[in-house]
Design a protein around this ligand. Structure first.
Ligand code: NAD
Ligand code: GLY
Length: 354
């Protein structure tokens, strides 16, 4: 097990990462006033582990899936905390994937103006990305993560033991964010391109630490996503989020890869990314996704990108695009141009599929 610290103006987060992290750290929480949030799938697999590790503590079980990341469920969690008589000295334990982490984190931030938060991520995506860095949110009004706050977990326990029960779809989802880190960090890119089986669990275990270490430095530099450093973590997300809310069928990380595929096209057509480098990333995307699916109505879906939080005006779409090894840049396009290029890329995908 390795330890990483994130020091920000608001908090010190300690991340315990690696095999054995759960056995070593989680039992230390027993005896504290805990409120566990998990989801129905995770509960079905790990309710005994939760009981044996934490004892008889209140557990709120969210229906699994992105559709639970909303204000109604947030209110239910807060109500369950009140009903359980939870006080300000309580610790909220987010035990699950990114959906659980995001909504439980927001509940922890709001309840009695903030109680301690421990993240125990159980999906690859949550381990490499969402459990670290303190972004909490629910979706609102058809916009992803429209309501939320920054609230750092005091502790994050990242144990690869949970990956053994993850369906392949969720491994692909986590790989979406890992390939994103590859676009941000040359050393991670090299490890990915050199690996013959990026689905191998021991490979994923090692690269998880590298991704968290990368994110830790970014969060320390720009905790509240104001200085530009943290925005780099959104490679692929502007278009990915727009498609995600429109189509819903695939996982978040798969949409990040699809978003990155389209945004590489936009970057090339805008003259800021060389074809050879774009091909390296496209090759990685293909290793995870196989073929990039051609959406039915790309321009319509992409129109949602105008509501992305990075946009200063909703007549323009701002993305962070890869431009070279370990390098990204901001690319802003008028909505009409953005939609036209997305449509072009979709047509090219359809043509290739024939
Ligand atoms: P998720 O939480 O919905 O989990 C995916 C699926 O895996 C669910 O069905 C869940 O029940 C199941 N699952 C979880 N752990 C399991 C395990 N160990 N074994 C078997 N099944 C398991 O989705 P996710 O991909 O973990 O997270 C996606 C969410 O994270 C999105 O809402 C996204 O917006 C958010 N996100 C947040 C940040 C952030 O910085 N806060 C970053 C990236 C993504
Ligand atoms: N996943 C993006 C961020 O944490 O900023």
């Amino acid at each position: 097990m390795k330890t990483l610290k994130i020091d920000t103006p608001s908090c010190r987060s300690v991340i315990y990462c690696g095999r054995g992290a759960f056995e070593e750290r989680a039992p230390l929480l027993k005896g504290q006033q805990l409120f566990v949030v998990t989801d129905s799938n995770v509960n079905a697999l790990y309710s005994d582990l939760i009981l044996n590790t934490f004892g008889q503590v209140p557990v709120y079980v969210l229906p699994a899936g992105e559709r639970s990341k909303n204000l109604t469920k947030l209110k239910e969690i807060l109500t369950a905390m009140l009903t359980a008589g939870v006080t300000r000295s309580c610790t909220v334990v987010a035990f699950g994937g990114g959906v659980v982490g995001d909504i439980a984190g927001l509940a922890a931030a709001l309840y009695m103006r903030g109680v301690r938060l421990v993240q125990i991520p159980t999906t690859l995506l949550a381990q490499v990305d969402s459990s670290v860095g303190g972004k909490t949110a629910v979706d609102f009004g058809g916009v992803k993560n429209a309501v939320g706050t920054f609230y750092q977990p005091g502790e994050v326990i990242v144990d690869p033991r949970f990956l053994s029960t993850l369906p392949i779809r969720e491994i692909k989802c986590g790989l979406g964010e890992i390939v994103k880190y590859g676009a941000l960090n040359g050393a991670i890119l090299d490890r990915l391109t050199a690996c013959s089986d990026i689905f191998d669990l021991s490979f994923l275990e090692g690269i998880t630490y590298d991704c968290i270490a990368h994110k830790a430095r970014v969060v320390e530099a720009d905790e509240r996503d104001e200085g530009g450093a943290r925005a780099t973590l959104n490679v692929g997300h502007t278009t990915g989020h727009a498609f995600e809310l429109y189509y819903k069928r695939l996982s978040h990380g798969q949409f990040v890869l699809i978003g990155m595929y389209y945004e590489l096209y936009l970057a090339q057509r805008s003259g800021c990314c060389e074809g050879a480098y774009a091909d390296v990333l496209r090759d990685l995307i293909a290793r995870v996704l196989g073929r990039v699916p051609a959406p039915v109505d790309a321009a319509e879906a992409a129109a949602r990108a105008r509501y992305d939080k990075k946009n200063e005006q909703n007549t323009r779409v701002t993305m962070i695009v890869p431009v070279g090894r370990g390098q990204t840049q901001k690319l802003t396009l008028p909505v009409a141009r953005y939609c036209a290029l997305i449509g072009e890329c979709a047509a090219a995908i359809k043509e290739k599929a024939k």
